[in-house]
Design a protein around this ligand. Structure first.
Ligand SMILES: [Zn+2]
Length: 461
């Protein structure tokens, strides 16, 4: 039987997931993500796909994060008209995230073309536009967890809760030919066992081959109880210094985790003394999707019959005018805004108004990639530039490390250990630094046939 997989993305790196599965006569694309990072790496997004679009029968996406879904509009723009399968909550999140990604592409091309115009160079077109992204949503098929669906002759797809962000799935693909059945399990991105909001990751006990993410293959996260203590200390200090608190946050996942923790620790953290602003149109829309699919997690985030968390002093500021009223507040505001790495979005405006004030506090709760403004702030820069002006950094900085949406080494080893037959496991979605220690652990402790997936490598399942 022909059941084969080839790796084309997220091999020895974290972003740009792309795998192609052959099942008999059918070809299935598993993940179609954007490469994210420095400019020369992102240039890979413009390369042609390593297959011809006409031969693809189905696309499967594990979750809405752009490094897993962000090249889907490009695939559709290049002529793919077939179905795109994902969880129904991931479909709802893609409906807001992919057009936003299209909009960012347009802005980026506009900026690049201005520069090119000055040098007499040819113009470029956006990778895809907002309109392209909106059009491809028609091709999405939203599935429920644990309901097998035939997506090609002999190929059955089942999604399981990955516990990472809303809708994130572990992908099981079964192929049957002449009474012989083979099973591939792809972890997608797995959640952290201590995650405040999401349910635990579903464990499976059988596969013929496993693809597993390895983002944090080299380390264990700090217990969430310590993070809760740290946040309590930050809010207490901020209250005493009578300033504002800025929290740059990823709009899907981290923002909702924070809102949940704030509601849960409202009294202990003295949050009644503050006005809390969710100052992000994307964050507000994503929170509404979480509300619509609240049955997918056991934790109680929302008030009954409301799209907003149980925080009496939470203000969702969608319009620019509403957002600008926050500028008048010199103290007493907790501001959650995107982007998570301070590379764009409204957080930059709030930095401009607050970062030079010693009574203000900047709380970093997410990963900050090299080269971003967020990373420079974490690394202790004493001056930053915003729209051509420089600002002294006098606000107090806090880096809170324990709020990860990803499994750590202990979680990854434990998740794989549930496969009783010890199938071959290929590590994807990780850098070599994180993959090596995980590989050794899997081989030594579980006697697992473990490998680091290589670019263009083909495996027979
Ligand atoms: Zn993810």
């Amino acid at each position: 039987m022909a059941f084969e997989l080839q790796f084309f993305g997220a091999t020895e790196r974290v972003t740009g997931s792309l795998y192609v599965l052959t099942a008999g006569q059918s070809r299935i694309v598993l993940e179609c993500g954007l490469v994210q990072g420095l400019a020369d790496e992102e240039a890979h997004n413009r390369e042609s796909f390593p297959f011809s679009v006409e031969e693809i029968d189905a696309v499967v996406i594990s979750h809405s994060h752009i490094d897993h879904s962000g090249r889907v509009p490009l695939l559709a723009k290049q002529g793919y008209t077939g179905p795109i399968y994902t969880h129904e909550a991931s479909k709802a999140l893609c409906e807001i995230m992919l057009p936003d990604s299209g909009y960012l592409n347009e802005k980026e091309a506009e900026w690049e073309n201005k520069k090119r115009g000055r040098h007499g160079k040819a113009r470029i077109s956006p990778l895809y536009t907002r309109e392209d992204a909106e059009a491809c949503i028609q091709q999405f098929h939203g599935l429920e967890y644990e309901s097998p669906t035939e997506i090609a002759p002999g190929v059955s797809l089942t999604l399981f809760d990955a516990g990472h962000i809303l809708g994130a799935s572990v992908v099981q693909l079964e192929y049957e030919e002449n009474g012989d059945k083979r099973t591939l399990v792809f972890s997608g991105d797995l959640g952290y066992r201590d995650a405040p909001l999401m349910d635990p990751t579903k464990r499976l006990d059988h596969a013929d081959a496993v693809l597993m993410e390895s983002t944090y293959g080299d380390r264990n996260h700090r217990p969430v109880a310590e993070t809760i203590e740290e946040l309590a200390t930050v809010f207490k200090a901020a209250r005493a210094s009578q300033g504002n608190v800025l929290i740059p946050a990823f709009t899907v996942g981290r923002t909702q985790d924070l809102l949940y923790l704030m509601a849960e620790h409202y009294e202990a953290w003295g949050l009644g003394n503050w006005s809390i602003f969710l100052d992000s149109p994307m964050g507000i829309s994503a929170t509404k999707v979480y509300s619509r699919f609240r049955h997918l997690f056991a934790a109680q985030l929302f008030e009954p019959k409301s799209d907003y968390p149980e925080l009496p002093n939470l203000y969702a500021t969608r319009s620019v005018e509403e957002s600008m009223t926050i500028n008048e507040m010199e103290s007493g505001a907790i501001i959650i805004a995107g982007s998570g790495m301070c590379t764009g979005g409204r957080i930059k405006h709030h930095l401009k108004n607050n970062i030079w004030r010693p009574q203000c506090h900047l709380v970093i709760v997410g990963y900050q990639a090299a080269g971003t403004l967020g990373r420079r702030l974490v690394d202790g820069a004493d001056e930053i530039r915003l729209w051509g002006d420089s600002y002294r950094v006098r606000a107090q900085r806090h880096t809170i490390g324990g709020l990860s949406a990803h499994a750590d080494q202990e979680d990854l080893v434990d998740w794989y250990s549930c496969f009783k037959n010890r199938p071959p496991v290929y590590l994807v979605h990780g850098e070599a630094r994180g993959q090596r220690p995980l590989l050794e652990k899997l081989r030594d402790e579980l006697k697992a046939p473990a490998y680091i997936a290589k670019y263009r490598q083909k495996i027979v399942i």
